[in-house]
Design a protein around this ligand. Structure first.
Ligand code: ZN
Length: 204
């Protein structure tokens, strides 16, 4: 099934231009890879920024300028996918830390700012989740299973960006274990013992 929750155009534009923090870009990439809709958006943003860059140095725009631009764009090789494994299996992670029955967290080895966290969180159906509030950004892409919160149901492939001041407690939706990739800014304030543990062990 196609994802129903997508990054905003602002986020996709920042992703396309490489302006996102690497961990946050990784979470967006996890969604884009499996979402034809967002791949098309990213392609359009790339073409638009490429055309803008090409147009800048031209003192005179000749009649064939557009043809030149389009020709160069077409020369660009598509993004190589040399590794056909599922996204989650291509991640380099720290060892799993079990927090509670059915709940584990694993930090992801990716360059990111030291105050940020990039991690996988797996919660079995019926498992505990951590109520937390945000004072910084949190990006999440669901890799397996589904969860629901006040904003709706988020299934495999869906993307969620939590705004500051959101205080929510997601719960696993359905019978399948829910596996999510998170990037959070360091100002996230976990509440309760499980949230504090998850935050500490995701410290990479
Ligand atoms: Zn999408």
């Amino acid at each position: 099934m196609s994802p129903r929750h997508h990054p905003s155009d602002d986020i996709l534009t920042a992703y396309t231009s490489g302006a996102l923090e690497p961990g946050f870009g990784l979470v967006v990439g996890a969604h884009v890879e499996g979402c034809a809709h967002c791949r098309a958006r990213v392609g359009a943003f790339e073409a638009a920024s490429g055309a803008a860059l090409e147009a800048l140095p031209q003192a005179e725009v000749g009649v064939d300028a557009l043809a030149n631009v389009m020709g160069r764009l077409n020369e660009q090789a598509p993004i190589a996918r040399t590794d056909a494994r599922p996204f989650v299996e291509r991640l380099s992670t720290k060892p799993k830390k079990w927090l509670a029955p059915g709940v584990w967290v694993a930090g992801v080895n990716t360059p990111h700012a030291p105050q940020n966290r990039v991690y996988l969180l797996s919660v079995a159906s019926g498992g505990l989740t951590a109520r937390h509030e945000h004072s910084g950004a949190e990006f999440c892409t669901v890799l397996k299973g589904a969860y629901r919160d006040e904003l709706g149901v988020f299934a495999a492939g869906d993307f969620a960006a939590a705004e500051a001041d959101l205080n929510h407690q997601p719960v696993v939706h359905g019978d399948e274990t829910c596996l999510c990739l998170f990037a959070t800014e360091g100002r996230l304030r976990p509440q309760g013992w499980l949230g504090k543990l998850a935050f500490r062990y995701a410290d990479v």
